[in-house]
Unconditional design. Structure first.
Length: 423
């Protein structure tokens, strides 16, 4: 049965059991929540708290009274929910679950995004629309779970664990998880305040983005997640911004590079123009003209010096020619001619001897070569037989009937066909 009432006379026994009375102003019902059930209730009830409980009616025989054996308990009303929220928040904060050093960075370019939400809710469709519109490479994996109601916390916990189990063996792993739902009342969003959900988010090996409700809504999941998004659409924007940011970064760096190259070109052009106006370039034609005059002077000086030397040599040659006797010169010339004729005769004789020796050696080599030549063998009555491929046949096994053969004799060639073979 379900009962909605106010808690009074709350007692937490040493055994861990809770005992209290449910009071609605006109009637009351005793209730007991045993430790095996209250361990699933992630806050401490107190007197005056408005709650909605589910349990089974039983008869307490010693008093003859009915009592409700509570199986689940949820706070009702904004005030009660806020008190329970603060209790859970304070407990988990003391344990350090909200510490910033535990939060992990989101992947730069996620390839696969897991979404833990209701498949029928608007949140999933919002996420799908944003990622489809703003990314090119992201794949989406839905891990369905109830996001409202008594079993919502358990299903969200199971879905996050399932995503982590999937990553243990998957080739294409989930890079980031979006856990959330659309807006609603505090009671509608309560599953994301449950301690079980907070702990499974903290223990997840996959970075988690919490995206619950609207911008003004805060849940325990927001504090423990690696990143909080005000809405499911905003969570998808966070995932997409890394890809868009990288594209924008590359585009901006490309523009900067083009701008820098343009600036360098303008600067080089300006430097070149300044260099063209430098004195070294304006004075260079005048320097060339001066060098031309200097070269012309050097040419005239060299020409004059050469003419002077030629004149001196001519004068000396004329002086020497007057001193040489024609008869003595003729005698010397005859002597040189006689000596030259003797040397020529000796040279011719030596060359003839060398040629004769080489000729004899060549005859011996040709005789040896003729002895080794296949044609010499042909002259003795033998022949060379080849197949159609031009290969020399050395064995009867290499011949088949009707094979075409080419036969080389000493004084010609034959073509034949094999009619039969015999070994």
């Amino acid at each position: 049965v379900w009962v909605e009432a106010e808690i009074v006379n709350f007692v937490a026994a040493h055994s861990g059991h809770w005992y209290f009375t449910l009071h609605d102003g006109d009637s009351q019902l005793r209730a007991a929540c045993y430790v095996r059930n209250n361990l699933r209730i992630r806050f401490q009830p107190f007197d005056g708290l408005q709650v909605r409980v589910r349990g089974k009616l039983s008869l307490y025989a010693p008093r003859g009274e009915y009592q409700l054996l509570v199986e689940s308990l949820q706070p009702v009303g904004e005030g009660a929910l806020k008190v329970a929220f603060e209790q859970i928040k304070l407990k988990l904060a003391k344990e350090g679950l909200f510490d910033e050093e535990l939060k992990r960075s989101l992947p730069l370019l996620p390839k696969r995004v897991g979404v833990v939400t209701s498949p029928n809710g608007a949140a999933f469709h919002d996420i799908l629309n944003v990622l489809s519109r703003r990314t090119r490479t992201v794949n989406i994996t839905l891990i369905p779970a109830r996001v409202q109601g008594e079993t919502a916390g358990e299903e969200i916990e199971a879905a996050i664990k399932l995503a982590n189990q999937y990553n243990e063996n998957a080739n294409e792993k989930i890079d980031v998880l979006i856990v959330g739902r659309g807006g609603g009342s505090s009671e509608d969003l309560w599953a994301f305040n449950e301690e079980r959900v907070a702990r499974v988010i903290r223990n997840s090996l996959i970075p988690v983005i919490s995206a619950v409700g609207h911008e003004i809504d805060f849940t325990i999941a927001d504090f423990v997640a690696d990143r909080r998004a005000p809405t499911p659409s905003a969570a998808a924007e966070i995932v997409a911004e890394s890809e868009e940011g990288l594209e924008a970064f590359i585009y901006q760096r490309t523009q900067d590079l083009f701008q820098l190259i343009g600036y360098k070109i303008l600067q080089a052009r300006s430097d070149l123009q300044e260099l063209a106006l430098a004195p070294v370039f304006t004075e260079f034609p005048n320097r060339i003209k001066d060098w031309r005059y200097e070269i012309e002077d050097f040419r005239e000086q060299i020409q004059s010096a050469l003419l002077e030397k030629i004149k001196i040599k001519e004068q000396r040659l004329e002086s020497l020619s007057n001193r040489i006797s024609p008869l003595k010169l003729a005698s010397k010339l005859n002597e040189k001619k006689t000596r030259l004729a003797l040397l020529r005769q000796k040279q011719i004789s030596a060359i003839k001897d060398v040629i004769d020796a080489k000729d004899e050696k060549l005859k011996i080599s040709m005789a040896s070569l003729d002895a080794l030549s296949p044609l010499s063998v042909l002259n003795r009555g033998y022949s060379i037989i080849k197949n159609e491929k031009g290969e020399i046949l050395r064995h009867i096994n290499h011949v088949n009937i009707k094979d075409k053969l080419k036969i080389r004799l000493a004084n010609g060639k034959l073509e034949a066909e094999v009619l039969r073979t015999e070994k």
